[in-house]
Design a binder for this molecule. Structure first.
Ligand SMILES: [Zn+2]
Length: 139
């Protein structure tokens, strides 16, 4: 059963907002309402519909966010949110399991960008992406 069929939000925007540090969103544990704190910190607005997808916000008790178990999502988010560089990343998680070198050719074609990914086994993957209208204008 697709959530859209029931006109329920399935984009997980509310869940993601709730997990942000210093989030203005709160979840009323009794009513299950998704609330947005006013900037003066007094009062709140109740959101019945998701501002991102427009569907009704369901009772937020879903166990997964984008297919990742909620607990794990929260744990990873809290670890990753302060990492701003590769150095900090390897300090926190150690050597990566896989490293990839990326090369981009942005000006070889009028309509396409070419992206080459090379992993540590010297295998390459080539990806063609259509240029956006904005990229086509810049040239
Ligand atoms: Zn939504």
């Amino acid at each position: 059963m697709s959530p859209e069929k029931d006109n329920l939000c399935s984009c997980y925007w509310p869940e993601k907002i709730l997990l942000l540090p210093d989030s203005p969103a709160i979840l009323d544990e009794i009513t299950g309402e998704f609330r947005w704190k006013n900037s003066d910190d007094e009062g709140y607005i109740v959101f019945k519909f998701c501002p991102k997808c427009g569907y009704e916000i369901p009772k937020i008790s879903r166990d997964c966010i984008d297919g990742i178990p909620k607990e794990e999502y929260i744990e990873l988010q809290s670890t990753l949110k302060n990492i701003r560089s590769i150095k900090e990343m390897t300090k926190t998680y150690g050597k990566p399991d896989k490293e990839v070198i990326q090369m981009n050719y942005l000006k070889k074609s009028e309509t396409v960008t070419i992206h080459i990914f090379k992993d540590c086994d010297e295998k390459i993957e080539i990806l063609l992406r259509p240029k956006s209208a904005d990229q086509k204008r810049k040239k």
